[in-house]
Design a protein around this ligand. Structure first.
Ligand SMILES: Nc1ncnc2c1ncn2[C@@H]1O[C@H](COP(=O)(O)OP(=O)(O)O)[C@@H](O)[C@H]1O
Ligand SMILES: [Mg+2]
Length: 239
């Protein structure tokens, strides 16, 4: 196995005296989709925010390609190549689709031609965004807003893409569409860390998976294997 892209050791996060994340360790392999699944309140978002530098870690180590990024600012982490997709509804609704996508590329120092090429790549993945380019993001459907949020993150040229429940609030058919696109983005070489409450769909597309329960990882393995695991089935897949 190659060196992990991201290595997390004994991560702990607390809100006052609420221990939200109680010492978790996980690895993300380059080129893979890894998922962290669990019920509402398990600590999934807290884990992601801690990795992105958005909440303070009580303990633990985070290595990105071998480099300790545990104390880095969110901005520096993005520049380093680890980009979190904003929650679907956090797309800036009073800006146009184009303006949102341009904001995604704001940390980049390369030229207009590269950004145009990346825009074209986003349009190839999400043709709807091209059709709605000069419309306000606020007028998009929920699924389109999620696509825009992903597209915006891609404009930052991530090497590791983090997503917090992209399926939230979307109809099953739209979820399938989004997940198919994630698989396509991954096939193009991008490493993905997907946090999900939609356990079945997440396990279907993930190479590796971790199950989080009240701040602790209780099961891990290949996504497909966890789909067949009786304990996982009973707890998360309706038996
Ligand atoms: N800002 C906060 N202040 C206090 N407690 C919080 C805060 N955010 C989350 N929590 C608590 O931390 C735990 C984990 O929450 P969260 O990471 O949002 O879980 P998930 O994303 O898996 O639903 C929950 O018990 C939640 O109530
Ligand atoms: Mg959450």
């Amino acid at each position: 196995m190659s060196r992990p892209m991201l290595e997390v050791q004994d991560l702990q996060v607390a809100y006052g005296h609420i221990q939200a994340v109680k010492g978790i360790s996980l690895d993300l392999q380059p080129g893979e989709i890894t998922t962290l699944v669990g019920a509402n309140g398990a600590g999934k978002s807290t884990t992601l925010m801690a990795l992105s530098g958005l909440v303070k870690k009580a303990a633990g180590q985070v290595l990105f390609e071998g480099e300790d990024i545990g104390r880095w600012s969110p901005h520096r982490i993005v520049e380093r190549g680890m980009v979190q997709v904003a929650e679907g509804r956090a797309t800036l609704t009073t800006l146009t689709v184009r303006e949102n996508l341009e904001l995604g590329g704001y940390t980049r120092r390369d030229g207009k031609a590269e950004r145009e090429a990346d825009l074209d790549r986003v349009f190839a993945l999400f043709p709807r965004l091209k059709e709605r380019l000069d419309g306000l993001a606020g007028n998009l459907s929920g699924g389109e807003q999620q696509m825009l949020a992903i597209g915006r993150a891609l404009m930052a040229r991530p090497r590791l893409l983090l997503l917090d429940e992209p399926s939230m609030g979307l109809a099953p058919i739209i979820v399938q569409d989004i997940f198919r696109t994630l698989r396509e983005i991954n096939a193009q070489g991008l490493t993905i860390f997907l946090v999900e409450q939609n356990v079945r769909q997440a396990l279907k597309i993930a190479h590796r998976a971790y199950v989080l329960e009240t701040g602790r990882i209780v099961v891990s393995g290949r996504g497909r294997d966890l789909l067949d695991d009786p304990k996982v089935q009973e707890a998360y897949l309706g038996g």
